[in-house]
Design a protein around this ligand. Structure first.
Ligand SMILES: [Ca+2]
Ligand SMILES: [Ca+2]
Length: 311
């Protein structure tokens, strides 16, 4: 399936994100073509098959060997688990974020990010960021060091509820997940985003950097006004990414990045500045490091829920 939306790269705002890293970890986003064109990391374009882990999958029942590195159900009422310590570090009044009780997937609270008017220049930012040092989430950004070394990959599952009274496309986009290998944001990110009227899930930085996206037949599209569960498997050593929505495969991807560890993540609302009215609730985020290969590449690895994690 072709990448549907060339308009996703927003050329109307220039490249405001290419300046100095400001510590919020938010300097590279879907609209940011700069990093995609700079590095030599994509010369090969495809992952090195010899880098695949050679461990054998467990045959000890159906549990998966994995370690929970980060989670938040927002029931604590603060963003203290996040490196960013908040979801609203954009001083613009046209966006905000808070933990509230309006809606929740787990018992009481979720994080709510809103856009209430268009802004000039840079994108709306209402998301939380986590920088890892090895397997450890940091309490403040350093933008140096190295992140998670996961030869078997990581799996994140999270729930989102999107409300938007218009359709995306023509440069209006919404991104809800980002991972970056390099702690200093020097490499192209990998993102999930909606950028066309059908709400197909896109990951534009993969094909832009020599990788491939293979959509599942009848790949699900994002339904607004309901809880949506996304599960992402990503492996920076093998150059593999797989995405499921509510249990159905969205796409399989292959990519290549120089950095084989995963340092920076964010979840939440990241949206082009021409959005005017958007609400995104988020709940029950988990990030697991796999300690063995996932032999089943088709079933959603919803760890800790549908697929038990070995004790
Ligand atoms: Ca704000
Ligand atoms: Ca909750």
């Amino acid at each position: 399936m072709p990448l549907p939306d060339a308009g996703f790269v927003d050329s109307t705002v220039g490249d405001p994100d290419s300046g100095a890293v400001d510590g919020s970890g938010d300097d590279v986003g879907p609209e940011d073509g700069g990093p995609d064109d700079s590095g030599a990391e994509d010369a090969g374009g495809f992952p090195d098959a010899t880098s695949s882990p050679d461990a054998t999958p467990t045959d000890a029942g159906s549990c998966v060997q994995a370690r929970l590195l980060f989670s938040d159900d927002f029931e604590g009422g603060t963003y203290q688990r996040w490196t960013s310590q908040q979801y609203d570090f954009d001083p613009e009044p046209c966006n905000s974020a808070m933990i509230g009780t309006e809606r929740s997937r787990s018992p009481t609270r979720s994080s709510k990010s809103i856009v209430s008017c268009a802004k000039n220049g840079d994108s709306h930012r209402g998301y939380g960021g986590v920088q890892f040092s090895g397997d450890t989430p940091l309490g403040g950004y350093t933008n140096t060091g190295s992140g998670i070394n996961a030869p078997n990959g990581v799996v994140t599952t999270f729930w989102g509820w999107l409300e938007v009274p218009y359709t995306f496309g023509n440069g209006v986009w919404f991104s809800y997940f980002t991972v970056e290998g390099a702690c200093n944001w020097s490499e192209p990110v990998i993102t999930l985003a909606l950028a066309d009227p059908l709400n197909q899930v896109e990951s534009v930085h993969i094909p832009l950097n020599g990788g491939t996206l293979n959509y599942a037949p009848n790949a699900p599209r994002w339904p607004v006004g309901q809880w949506v569960r996304t599960t992402v498997y990503v492996n920076y050593l093998a150059g593999e990414m797989r995405v499921w929505m509510d249990g159905a495969k969205v796409f399989d991807a292959s990519f290549s990045r120089t950095t084989r560890t995963m340092c920076q993540f964010h979840w939440g609302l990241y949206a082009s500045p021409n959005n005017t009215d958007l609400t995104y609730y988020e709940d029950d985020i988990t990030l697991y490091k796999l300690l063995e290969p996932l032999s089943d590449t088709s079933t959603e690895p919803w760890l800790g829920e549908q697929i038990p994690v070995c004790p």
